[in-house]
Design a binder for this molecule. Structure first.
Ligand code: XUL
Ligand code: MN
Length: 345
């Protein structure tokens, strides 16, 4: 299973979070963008992912010209540090306009806001030198089944994707499915839904997917199967590795923290399918535990990367021959133990 290429790693500014949760305030002081960029470099990461308002803070208060000017300044700053922008994602879930959803809002004025803001996000991405737009469709779903229709929302989502595809003929749209939170039910909960809606757009080739381990687990699915499925279509363009302890709030734990075997299987699939060979990054969408002291505030990133690389070694040294013999003999009992022994060894 040896691979010639090595992996490249990426995180976003929000992954240096300060411990706030819905029930309590921050537990660590906020750090500047420069501090985060410096930390990312020291940890050996090569790219940063951005929401549109990570790239240009207070974006809605600024003119289009000012937004592009600030994006150009950021590009110079990143180039100077040798750090790439992996993607830009419109943060549609914060604005007062998107309380009832962005693209699927019941109010046409607010749907227009969501599309205009997404178009501006494409302009920012072009300036930052990336063709990848990530769409976590946070509020595109319902709290109440009767308030919207899934069929109508699918049409509205396709219209929005089409508007983005028309705005920039080179951009690729990468849908990041998540089944719930903040919504009761999201309209694009799994990779299957993301790849299916791509087919309804004006340019299906430019609509793909991003898998986040925790989101797949929240959908009751195995993230390694989701990865394998998307790779079968050549549609896995980004990846948010992390971990999640069962069906609860989105935990964004360090990679491998809750279930090492599930993490191992994700790495095995990445190795087998050659993820990263076309320049895709391995991103860690992880957060420090709320209890984390400032002096340990980068450990979740360092440790996720360390675990990932250890699991790459484990994937490469997996006793394939012995495993194949057990599979041929339908001896899954011992296959199970072989995996356990391999991970323990
Ligand atoms: C939300 C989530 C986001 C996206 C980027 O659960 O994962 O941080 O990755 O918008
Ligand atoms: Mn994510």
């Amino acid at each position: 299973m040896a691979r010639s290429t090595e992996y490249r790693f990426c995180v976003g500014p929000w992954n240096f979070s300060e411990g706030r949760d819905p029930y309590g305030p921050e537990t660590r002081p906020a750090q500047s963008f420069d501090w985060k960029l410096d930390a990312l470099k020291k940890l050996g990461f090569e790219a940063m992912m951005f929401h549109d308002d990570d790239a240009v803070p207070d974006i809605d208060t600024k003119s289009a010209a000012q937004v592009l000017k600030e994006a150009r300044e950021l590009r110079r700053r990143l180039d100077g540090e040798g750090i790439a922008a992996e993607m830009v994602a419109p943060r549609l879930w914060f604005a007062p306009e998107t309380i009832d959803g962005g693209f699927t809002s019941n109010d046409p004025k607010q749907r227009r806001y969501a599309i205009d803001r997404s178009r501006q996000c494409l302009d920012i991405a072009r300036v930052l030198g990336t063709d990848l737009i990530v769409l976590w469709l946070a509020r595109e779903g319902t709290y109440l089944r009767e308030s919207k229709s899934c069929g109508r929302s699918t049409e509205l989502l396709v219209q929005a994707l089409d508007a983005m595809l028309a705005h920039d003929k080179k951009a690729r749209l990468c849908i990041e499915p998540k089944p719930n939170e903040p919504m009761d039910h999201a309209y694009i909960p799994t990779i299957g839904h993301a790849l299916a809606i791509a087919q309804l757009t004006r340019d299906p080739k430019r609509v793909g997917a991003l898998i986040e381990s925790a989101h797949a687990i929240l959908a009751g699915l195995d993230p390694s199967d989701e990865i394998d499925f998307a790779m079968s279509f050549g549609k896995l363009w980004s990846l948010h590795l992390n971990d999640q302890n069962g069906l609860k709030f989105d935990q964004d734990k360090p990679f491998g923290s809750a279930n090492l075997r599930v993490a191992f299987n994700q790495v095995r699939v990445l190795e087998r399918t050659g993820y990263g060979r076309k320049g895709e990054y391995v991103c860690f969408d992880v957060h420090p535990f709320r209890t984390t002291k400032m002096e340990h505030a980068l450990k979740h990133l360092e440790n996720s990367r360390k675990t990932f690389l250890r699991l790459v070694e484990k994937a490469r040294s997996y006793p394939t021959k012995a495993a194949d013999a057990l599979i041929a003999d339908r001896n899954y009992q011992d296959l199970d133990q072989l995996v356990i022994e391999h991970l323990l060894g």
